[in-house]
Design a protein around this ligand. Structure first.
Ligand code: MG
Length: 260
């Protein structure tokens, strides 16, 4: 009886081994389905709307800040070739030149920092969802804090203004009307990687204050902000801040940064 049981067990093991190693060819594995953008877009719950307090003037830079954009100052360059910024610039206001200007980046690199920027979506409203007043500010040119006209314009919540794009929706929606200036004050803690093997030692963290209202509270970044697919963890050091040309007439003024 005992011998019969052993034989049966051995036969089962042999069968299993044969199943894993088919004769005459490499083993076939299941194919992971290709991801589409919609697979990482979540529409509910929408961030509650909050009315921010009125602000009359731009927030002046403190004495130890580096001014990146102001009257007569553009400390940015074209992302692709380092050429001068091709966006429209007048009276300290820099406006995306849709689809021809391209993305821009700061000439200097930054790690931990406090960034202040002011942005405005066009007063003439056109497009909807992600197609209305879309731009974005990227830390290390890899992690996007979304800029979007979300005034009477819903989109997937993890792609709204003040979101960490496709990672973290804003806590609330304090956006102003199109044509009015919005402010972002962002506190960025850069990720730390081990030099010997690029292992992530501590992830990036971000706090975003949008028109005086906290919309990201020390959020831990999961990786790069991808349009399609999941965040990726890639090793890097200090890098430029970049601003997106998403094909919409978004304007910027009064951008300054403090290194932390
Ligand atoms: Mg964007």
């Amino acid at each position: 009886m005992k011998r019969t049981t052993l034989s049966a067990a051995l036969a089962l093991v042999a069968c299993a081994a044969m199943a894993q190693q088919p004769a005459g060819g490499a083993r076939e594995y299941p194919v992971t389905p290709r991801m589409s953008p919609e697979m990482t877009e979540f529409w509910t719950p929408q961030p509650p709307i909050v009315t921010p307090a009125p602000v009359a003037n731009p927030t002046a830079a403190p004495s130890d800040a580096i001014v990146l954009l102001g009257p007569g100052v553009i400390e940015f360059e074209h992302v692709r070739n380092g050429a001068p910024v091709g966006w429209d610039f007048a009276d300290g206001v820099l406006t995306v030149k849709p689809r021809s200007g391209g993305d821009i980046r700061s000439k200097r690199s930054f790690g931990d920092c406090q960034l202040h920027l002011e942005w405005r979506s066009p007063i003439e409203v056109s497009g909807e969802s992600q197609g209305r007043g879309n731009s974005g500010v990227f830390f290390h040119s890899l992690y996007e804090v979304q800029i979007l006209d979300n005034h009477n314009n819903e989109t997937y919540m993890n792609g709204a203004a003040g979101s960490i794009y496709k990672q973290s929706p804003p806590l609330v929606n304090p956006i102003r009307r199109p044509g009015e200036w919005n402010t972002y004050d962002i506190i960025w803690t850069a990720p730390v990687f081990r030099e010997s093997d690029d292992k992530l030692l501590s992830p990036a963290r971000v706090t975003v204050i949008f028109n005086g209202v906290v919309v990201q509270n020390n959020y831990q970044i999961r990786g790069t902000t991808e349009y399609i697919g999941h965040p990726r963890v890639v090793s890097h050091g200090p890098a430029p801040i970049s601003i997106q040309d998403h094909g919409n007439l978004v304007s910027y003024r009064n951008i300054w940064i403090r290194e932390l």
